[in-house]
Design a protein around this ligand. Structure first.
Ligand code: URA
Length: 222
């Protein structure tokens, strides 16, 4: 957004009054005096006029290791949510960059940066989500082949992007999918009458769940 518009809106000033603030050297962005009224600023730039704070919001990106039973929502009337796990006054300003089912564990990303979360969740970005999966039967080669080809999801009217499958044991694999459809992994295996009995997300794009982050714990990404 343009700096002069932001200030005008904040103070309910007209164009002339805003211009005077710039001319008087009263406007600063991230601690530096700014005279260019048309400068573009973002949500996380600290803006002051005559020492008064117009906006000052810290950008936050949180990685969290979601335990089973916790809901990936910002509010829930019955169950604890991932936001409850953060226990900081700013936690309520976060939103979720993708969700997990209540009985799925692993990596969740929470942020107050809408552009960043979009870069992870917009289908066109094709960001891979890697899961460790255990099912109640044998993962045959035919399953792997179909997953790697892509599957038609009638409800959403999409063919999934070719997934990547690494078999670990007969009934366990690592799976990378490039969409985030509701219950996607469970629905993919259900086509082959396989029930997912354990599901854990290890990575989203280049962001890995750190080995030393215990279940229920979180940390800020630098
Ligand atoms: N697929 C699922 O079925 N559940 C999840 O929580 C994530 C992906």
């Amino acid at each position: 957004m343009r700096l002069d518009r932001l200030i005008g809106k904040w103070a309910s000033w007209g164009k002339r009054q805003v211009r005077e603030q710039f001319e008087a050297g009263e406007v600063s962005v991230n601690g530096e005096r700014v005279t260019e009224a048309a400068r573009l600023v973002g949500k996380f730039d600290r803006i002051e006029v005559s020492g008064k704070v117009v906006q000052a919001e810290t950008r936050r990106v949180i990685i969290l290791n979601k335990p089973l039973g916790v809901v990936s929502a910002t509010k829930d009337p019955e169950h604890p949510t991932v936001i409850d796990l953060i226990e900081r006054p700013w936690a309520s300003g976060l939103h979720l960059a993708g969700r997990l089912d209540r009985y799925t564990s692993g990596l969740m990303i929470l942020t107050n940066d809408g552009e960043f979360s979009k870069s992870l969740t917009e289908p066109a970005k094709k960001v891979g989500k890697r899961y460790l999966v255990e099912v109640d039967g044998v993962i045959e080669q035919a399953v792997v082949e179909v997953f790697e080809e892509g599957m038609w999801f009638a409800k959403e009217e999409i063919t999934t992007a070719p997934a990547k499958v690494e078999l670990i044991e007969d009934s366990r694999c690592r799976l990378i999918i490039y969409e985030g459809k509701h219950h996607q992994v469970k629905r993919m295996f259900a086509r082959f009458d396989l029930k997912v009995i354990a599901l854990h997300r290890e990575a989203i794009g280049g962001i890995e769940l750190p080995d030393d982050l215990p279940m229920g714990a979180w940390r800020e990404l630098a």
